[in-house]
Design a protein around this ligand. Structure first.
Ligand SMILES: Nc1ncnc2c1ncn2[C@@H]1O[C@H](COP(=O)(O)OP(=O)(O)OP(=O)(O)O)[C@@H](O)[C@H]1O
Ligand code: SF4
Ligand SMILES: [Mg+2]
Length: 659
């Protein structure tokens, strides 16, 4: 069976009932937990609090998780009372009609905006995105369990059956049998007065299975999900959060449905259990199930799924094959998410996506919805909504992956094509090709004399190659007006003495670029002082009046960095720019550069000999050896799995191992 969303838009009305106070009906509650309304009294002891669990009588003794998640009145007298509280706390209404006229005058929150997505048999599609991006709304829509204050348009199909207008009665036959869900918030779902094994068994009993067989199967299922022996007879509040998540998984799997919707199924489990659950999910996929996996855990998504949809503010901004997620995301938002996610192999500090998502209150967005947070936006981005573009440029034939971006995803800033350079008989660079993306830090690593500085000078346009070409934002570097080019590109030379004239004071050295570009004004003194502070230098007059020969090597290097950054360049070419600095100052400067990357989207070509530093700061490492690029890849891959012997040598040497 496939699960398909076609042009699905879901809005929550603000004037309507809230998530915690929605209309309730018996049917909808059944939908959430197949056993909540059960008349089958699985546990004969549930007639009174005392019988169920002596702790339930007192506010203080009751498990606080139950209180907070289900908003259950602690003065519970009977299971019926509890059920009615659950009803009102969830506010789920499965009787939402599709294509409810979405009145633009109503104050609404757009949770999903024109979503089309298909999850095929034998496939796992993961949906990732920040909190509030609409992931759970999509999960609830797939079961037709949206809250009562919902307006929906578009269609939802299970195979060819359009369930968008299906009555709740009909949906009930499909829910838990054909399609099951693991809800994100288990507190809304698990019945606090039923033992967990009974809750897992209930759907089977409802389907006509005998109680003893149902309990036996449930025991096995709990066992399969690594719930420790003896836990199955406990009540939900007596097991851990991670165990509760697995109980929900058992409830979803027990009826062997064709479609599984898993909303944050591993948020509370440890790494080893997570890895086991990944196996369980893969088994389901291999058995031909369609799995919709919602998760904040990018490595889990990468591990379990075939394709990944990146949801942002209710819109899919990128659909990509899972293996590309961590190493080659296409949309700037996907890349920002990946940079925010901790990964074992990666040493670079986490960044976080800059800014915050836009307001979801109704009102058409004119341009790209990600524009406020994007560091590579261009004029059109604020004027026109981008359309989905096939990632391989083949307009849809390929693997169906796409990106929604006017620039076709992360743009290439610098493209070095097949350049060579010789000095006399000495061939320094041989057929070098590298690219640098907008907002990317590329570390160019290699031993002394390997041609790194020559390559840096070539890309900065200060020397000319013998062959090949260098293109910056679509234009050959040699043809760009020098003044204009150096307005956008900052350079820090290997020797600070090359960057700064001995005739300039510190103040004048930093002020010079502003003067050249006619930008020196009343505000400039403050700007220069701020720049000095950023590079950890004093902003007092005595220091600003010093000459280069009156500064230490490290101080002079920092003046050179301040000078290179004063015009807020889009590209920084830095040749061994921190090697003169003591470790503490170096760490602070590297942190500053990383902040600039995250907040302003500055790109950097960092030339360095220390692969250990490259590992901490760069997104990608290119290794230069004997005038050739011998390795080029995402930094964590190059470090964790180097392919070329010379890279291995560099890594070993950097660890202090004898080579
Ligand atoms: N019943 C409701 N009434 C009003 N707004 C709602 C309701 N349910 C969800 N929302 C809003 O819809 C948007 C999407 O919510 P949703 O729960 O789908 O996000 P999510 O991606 O699952 O987030 P998380 O990662 O935090 O679970 C949010 O802005 C949320 O506040
Ligand atoms: S480049 Fe433009 S269209 Fe692309 S993500 Fe950035 S703002 Fe949106
Ligand atoms: Mg959610």
């Amino acid at each position: 069976m496939t699960l398909k969303f076609k042009d699905l838009t879901v809005k929550y009305t603000m004037s309507g009932t809230s998530k915690d106070g929605g209309d309730t009906n018996i049917n909808s509650t059944t939908a959430i937990n197949p056993n909540i309304n059960s008349t089958t009294d699985i546990n004969p002891n549930i007639n009174s609090n005392t019988d169920i669990n002596p702790n339930i009588n007192s506010n203080t003794d009751i498990n606080s998780n139950i209180n907070s998640h289900t908003a259950i009145n602690p003065n519970i007298n009977s299971s019926t009372d509890i059920n009615s509280n659950i009803n009102s706390s969830t506010g789920i209404n499965s009787n939402i009609n599709s294509n409810t006229a979405i009145n633009s005058n109503t104050n609404t929150i757009t949770a999903l905006d024109n979503i089309s997505l298909e999850i095929n048999k034998g496939e796992c599609v993961a949906v990732i995105g920040e909190s509030g991006s609409g992931k759970s709304t999509l999960a609830l829509a797939s079961m037709k369990l949206l809250a009562s204050n919902t307006l929906m348009s578009g269609r939802i199909f299970l195979d060819d059956v359009d369930i968008s207008d299906m009555t709740d009665k009909k949906m009930e036959q499909l829910r838990w049998n054909k399609i099951s869900i693991v809800f994100q918030n288990y507190g809304d779902v698990l019945n606090p007065v039923h033992r967990i094994i009974d809750q897992v068994a209930e759907p089977l009993i409802k389907n006509g299975e005998s109680r003893s067989v149902a309990l036996e199967k449930s025991g096995k299922m709990l066992d399969h999900l690594k719930i420790k022996p003896g836990r199955d007879i406990l009540f939900p509040h007596q097991i851990s959060a991670g165990e509760r998540q697995r109980v929900l998984m058992a409830m979803a799997l027990i009826t062997d449905p064709d479609i599984l919707v898993l909303d944050e199924p591993v948020a509370s489990v440890d790494a080893i259990t997570k890895s086991y659950l990944a196996k369980v999910i893969k088994q389901q996929v291999n058995a031909g199930k369609a799995v919709l996996l919602i998760t904040h855990d990018l490595s889990f998504a990468h591990l379990c799924s075939d394709r990944i949809a990146v949801l942002y503010s209710g819109m899919i901004l990128e659909l990509l094959p899972s293996q590309k997620l961590l190493d080659a995301p296409c949309h700037p938002y996907t890349r920002a998410l990946v940079r925010s996610f901790p990964m074992m192999e990666r040493a670079k500090d986490l960044a976080g996506v800059r800014g915050a998502p836009p307001s979801k209150i109704s009102g058409a967005t004119r341009g790209c919805i990600f524009q406020q947070r994007c560091t590579q936006s261009i004029n059109v981005c604020s004027q026109k909504q981008p359309q989905a573009m096939s990632i391989d440029g083949s307009n849809g034939d390929g693997d169906g992956s796409y990106v929604v971006c006017h620039r076709g995803g992360i743009a290439t800033m610098l493209c070095v094509k097949n350049i060579s350079k010789s000095y006399g008989d000495i061939e320094v660079l041989k057929h070098i090709s590298i690219t640098l993306d907008e907002g990317e830090i590329l570390a160019l690593v290699g031993e002394t004399g390997s041609g790194k500085t020559t390559l840096a000078y070539l890309t900065a346009g200060t020397i000319k190659p013998d062959g090949g070409n260098i293109v910056f934002r679509g234009q050959e570097v040699g043809t760009i007006d020098k003044k204009e080019f150096f307005r956008t590109v900052g350079i820090i030379y290997q020797s600070p003495k090359d960057s700064i004239s001995h005739r300039f004071t510190v103040f004048e050295a930093i002020a010079e670029p502003l003067r050249i570009h006619g930008l020196f004004d009343d505000n400039s003194v403050k700007r220069i002082k701020d720049a000095l502070n950023e590079v950890q230098l004093p902003d007092e007059d005595y220091f600003m009046q010093k000459y280069p020969h009156e500064l230490s090597g490290g101080e002079l290097q920092r003046v050179a960095i301040a000078r290179a950054l004063i015009l807020k360049p889009d590209l920084l070419i830095a040749d061994e720019s921190t090697s003169f600095l003591d470790p503490s100052v170096q760490a602070k400067i590297l942190k500053l550069l990383l902040d600039l990357q995250n907040e302003r989207g500055i790109s950097m070509l960092f030339v360095m000999h220390d692969i250990g530093v490259a590992r901490k700061v760069s997104d990608r490492i290119a290794v230069l050896h004997n005038g050739m690029i011998v390795e080029n890849g995402p930094s964590h891959r190059v470090i964790s799995n180097p392919q070329h012997f010379y890279t291995k040598l560099l890594i070993d040497a950097s660890k202090g191992t004898e080579v």
